[in-house]
Design a protein around this ligand. Sequence first.
Ligand SMILES: [Zn+2]
Length: 172
Amino acid sequence: MAIRPLVILPDPRLREKSEPVDAITDDIRALAQDMLDTMYDAPGIGLAAVQIGVMKRVVVMDLAKKDEERQPLVLINPRITWASEETSVYEEGCLSIPDYYEEVERPARVRVAYQTLEGETVEREADGLFATCVQHEIDHLDGVLFIDRLSRLKRERVTKKFAKAAKREAAG
Ligand SMILES: [Zn+2]
């Protein structure tokens, strides 16, 4: 169990495609646990492995409200198998783009297939915050960030801001 450092924009790893998990080993189980620890510590409601620098198709989520019991969810090799035409708009944020929030439009409902840590294949339908969050996390596995779904102007503005901050940090 360990909290790992987060990969922050403009780290180029955020733009790479993650590799499928071919076997659920102790390493993958330990990775999922570290991801949950890191996500709860941040705190966040979803995290992809690339966000702690591991290029594997693993996502963790927990959409429980503050006063509810934790509902950790681990998705191995998740993929969207169906998306509704109907869309919804949520304000999104990302642990790799700290303190930046914008409204993003995505399909309102999706079907997602994935393997559990027990190796079982599951397909379930998601709507509301679950649908938004799972699409955001699967995007990470393909090197896509939520800012890519904003207007060019907004995307360029936030990209510049984080590039400057990274330079300042490197200099100071
Ligand atoms: Zn994110």
